[in-house]
Design a protein around this ligand. Structure first.
Ligand SMILES: NC(=O)c1ccc[n+]([C@@H]2O[C@H](COP(=O)([O-])OP(=O)(O)OC[C@H]3O[C@@H](n4cnc5c(N)ncnc54)[C@H](O)[C@@H]3O)[C@@H](O)[C@H]2O)c1
Length: 257
């Protein structure tokens, strides 16, 4: 799929992996719609890239519909939907103090990470269905979701987060099968440990990040957000990639803790 002259919507585009993706897709000639809760940062990124910012809560139907409407209103065909909004969470199924995992926080993580991803995928793909095919394959667009290797080998204390990411992995193939009828491909990336603001800043978080990255076989460092953006672009541009879950992790396999 050629990104030049197309519209692309990126949830979580105000920070980290989403921001890097917005930069990469804009460099490829796409008009980017940054859909994020964070208005200050999201607007700054969109303005810098000549794109559009729409304050969006991915878990809310009307909010996502408004973001997709804004992508359609750019006048460019919507060809790429990137789901990168997400939140982390750490709590055990039964805590050290014996109390069960709080149900409201479990629901919140599922609501934002899993249902939010499905919400943008379904509304974005419905808009793609209304575009003219881009090529002789009748291709109309690509959806790229962001899960996590924690959705495959979740660690202690990641039960809510891993369930949300495992759900994204699980819906990749059926969604690709559903959307084949309208010429839309679906792919999911599982990042390992990538250096983004999700880990915070300052000396303490630098020490934490160094500890996380220590077991990465090669390259012996955290991944870079720009490397993620590059992968997203490669997957969009390679028309034969579909229905697949791709690890992006330097070869790391998470241990129980
Ligand atoms: N950084 C990593 O190591 C890593 C590893 C695996 C998976 N991931 C996943 O990658 C995605 C991006 O993470 P990141 O590291 O760039 O984090 P980040 O915190 O830098 O960016 C996440 C963005 O999502 C936005 N967001 C949060 N809730 C939202 C909502 N309800 N609606 C719209 N926007 C919302 C935030 O405002 C923020 O701009 C997340 O889904 C995360 O779980 C990250």
């Amino acid at each position: 799929m050629d990104l030049n002259g197309a519209a692309a919507i990126i949830s979580g585009g105000a920070s980290g992996l989403g921001e890097a993706t917005a930069r990469e897709l804009a460099a490829a000639g796409a008009t980017v719609v940054v859909a994020d809760l964070n208005a200050e940062r999201g607007k700054a990124v969109a303005d810098e890239l000549g794109g559009v910012f729409v304050q969006t809560d991915v878990s809310d139907e009307a909010s996502v519909q408004a973001a997709v409407d804004a992508a359609v209103a750019t006048g460019r065909p919507l060809r790429a939907v990137i789901n990168s909004a997400g939140i982390g969470w750490a709590a055990r199924t039964v805590g050290r103090d014996g109390s069960p995992h709080d149900l409201a926080s479990y629901r919140k993580v599922i609501d934002i990470n899993l249902i939010g991803t499905f919400n943008l995928m379904r509304i974005g793909a419905a808009a793609m269905a209304k575009t003219e095919p881009a090529d002789a394959d009748n291709a109309r667009g690509v959806v790229i979701n962001t899960a996590s290797v924690a959705g495959i080998e979740g660690q202690t204390g990641q039960v809510a987060y891993s369930a949300s990411k495992g759900g994204i992995i699980g819906m990749t193939l059926p969604a690709a099968r559903d959307l084949a009828a309208i010429g839309v491909r679906v792919l999911t990336i599982c990042p390992g440990i990538i250096d983004t603001p999700i880990y915070g800043s300052g000396a303490e978080s630098e020490a934490f990040k160094a500890k996380l990255a220590a077991p990465v076989p090669f390259p012996k460092r955290m991944g870079r957000a720009g490397e993620f953006g590059h992968l997203v672009r490669a997957l969009i541009e390679n028309d034969y990639m579909n229905g697949e879950v791709i690890r992006f992790d330097g070869g790391i396999r998470f241990q129980p803790k």
